[in-house]
Design a protein around this ligand. Structure first.
Ligand SMILES: *Cc1c(COP(=O)(O)O)cnc(C)c1O
Length: 364
C-alpha cells in the first residue's frame, strides 16, 4: 500500500523531539497564545525576511483575516483562480464580496495573467493568486496590474511554504502571504493551524486584533472579530518541522525528478517549472486523457492517487447559485478532466516511485 501522504514515517523520524515538545506544553500549561506561538511567529517571519507573522487557527482564516485587514468588504470584487481548493474563494463570499474568476495556464495550473486586466472593474479591490501544488504563480505581472489599479495582493501560499519566485519566497511579494498548517501540507502540525505574514505593520496589527475577538487590549473590543488563534501544541510541533522544511522540500524535488525520469509514456504530460521558479511539489500532478484508467490501474496495485480538483470553482453549485449565471473557464474545466496527483511526500522512496511509474507507463 502506497498512500498519497504517509505522516507516520515523518513522525517516527521526529518522534522523540515532538513527544518532548508536546510534553513541555502540557507541563507549562500556557495553552492559548503561549511562548511557542510567539516563537514560531518570530521564526517564520525571520525565515521569510519579513517583520511580521501572525498565527491563526487555520489557512482559511489566514485568508479571511488578511482580506479583512486589507479592507475587503461587502460589494467589493476579488479576482482569483477557479482551479484551487474552495477556501480561496469561500472567504471572499463570506465577506459578501464577489469572487471574480480568471482562467489558468495549463502548464502550471496557476492564474493566466494575460486575462486579469479584462476582469478589473471599479469594484475590484484585491487579487488572490494561489501558488497551486507548490508552484509559484507569475507574481511580476500580477504585482504590476495591482500597482496600476491600486489593488491589494493576498498570496494563498497554503500549498507552497518555502517555494521561490525569482529568489523571493512566496508570501513576501504581495501585501500578505497566507499559510495553512493542515496535517498534509508541506509544513504542518497535527491538527489545524495557519499564519499570515506581511511587511505591513497595519495589516499585522489588524490580523492580531481580528484573531482575538477584535481586541488588542484584554476586554476592550474595537472590531467584530473571531476566535482564531493558532494552538500552542500545534505551534510546538510546527517549530520542530520548520527546522527541517528546506530539507523536506528538497526531498520532494528529488522525488519529482525521479518521477520525471521514470515516467516515459508519451501520453503523459509531466509537471514543468517556469523559469526563475523553485517548486516545492506539495503535489506531483500529471495530465492524461485517460486519467481514470490510470487511477484504476494504480488502485489495483494498492497505490493511491487523487484528483485535485474534479470541479473548478466556477462550476461549483454554491457559486452557480451565488452568481446566478455560469462563466466558462475552458482551461480549468479541461484540466479538471485530465489531472491526476500521485503519491508525494519527502519520505517516499525510489523503489516506490519506480513501481508507480511502471504502472503509469503500462496503463497509458
Ligand atoms: C489547504 C488550503 C487552504 C485552507 O487551509 P485550511 O488550513 O485547511 O483552512 C486554502 N487554500 C489552499 C490552496 C489550500 O490548499
Amino acid at each position: 500500500m502506497i498512500p498519497m501522504v504517509d505522516l507516520k514515517r515523518q513522525y517516527h523520524t521526529l518522534k522523540s523531539e515532538i513527544d518532548a515538545a508536546i510534553g513541555d506544553v502540557l507541563e507549562q500549561t500556557q495553552f492559548i497564545l503561549g511562548p511557542n506561538v510567539s516563537k514560531l511567529e518570530e521564526e517564520i517571519a525571520a525565515y521569510h525576511g519579513l517583520p511580521y507573522a501572525v498565527g491563526v487557527a487555520n489557512g482559511t482564516d489566514a485568508l479571511l483575516l488578511a482580506l479583512r485587514a486589507c479592507g475587503v468588504e461587502a460589494g467589493d470584487e476579488v479576482i482569483t483562480t477557479p482551479f484551487t481548493f474552495i477556501a480561496t474563494a469561500e472567504v471572499i463570499a463570506i465577506l459578501k464580496a464577489t469572487p471574480v474568476f480568471v482562467d489558468i495556464c495549463p502548464d502550471n495550473f496557476n492564474l493566466d495573467c494575460n486575462q486579469i486586466a479584462d476582469k478589473i472593474t471599479s469594484k475590484t479591490k484585491a487579487i488572490i493568486p494561489v501558488h497551486l501544488f507548490g508552484h509559484p504563480a507569475d507574481m511580476t505581472p500580477i504585482m504590476e496590474i495591482a500597482r496600476r489599479h491600486n489593488l491589494k495582493v493576498i498570496e494563498d501560499c497554503a500549498q507552497a511554504f518555502g517555494a521561490k519566485y525569482n529568489d523571493k519566497k512566496v508570501g513576501t511579494i504581495g501585501d500578505a502571504g497566507c499559510f495553512s498548517f493542515f496535517p498534509s501540507k508541506n509544513l504542518a502540525g497535527y491538527g489545524d493551524g495557519g499564519m499570515v505574514i506581511t511587511k505591513s505593520e497595519e495589516i499585522a496589527r489588524q490580523v492580531k486584533m481580528l484573531r482575538n475577538h477584535g481586541s488588542s487590549k484584554r476586554y476592550y473590543h474595537q472590531e467584530i472579530g473571531y476566535n482564531s488563534r493558532l494552538d500552542e501544541i500545534q505551534a510546538a510541533v510546527i517549530r520542530i518541522k520548520l527546522k527541517k522544511i528546506d530539507q523536506f522540500n528538497a526531498a520532494r524535488r528529488q522525488n519529482a525528478g525521479a518521477y520525471c525520469a521514470a515516467i516515459s509514456s508519451k501520453n503523459i504530460i509531466l509537471p514543468t517549472i517556469a523559469s526563475g521558479c523553485e517548486h516545492v511539489y506539495h503535489q506531483f500532478t500529471i495530465r492524461a486523457k485517460n486519467r481514470d484508467v490510470l487511477a484504476n490501474a494504480l488502485q489495483k496495485k494498492d497505490i493511491a492517487s487523487a484528483v485535485y480538483y474534479p470541479v473548478p470553482l466556477n462550476q461549483q453549485e454554491v457559486f452557480l447559485k451565488l452568481h446566478n449565471a455560469s462563466v466558462k473557464m475552458p482551461v480549468s474545466e479541461n484540466c479538471a478532466q485530465e489531472v491526476l496527483s500521485l503519491p508525494m511526500f519527502p519520505e517516499l522512496n525510489q523503489e516506490e516511485i519506480g513501481l508507480i511509474a511502471d504502472v503509469i507507463n503500462n496503463a497509458s
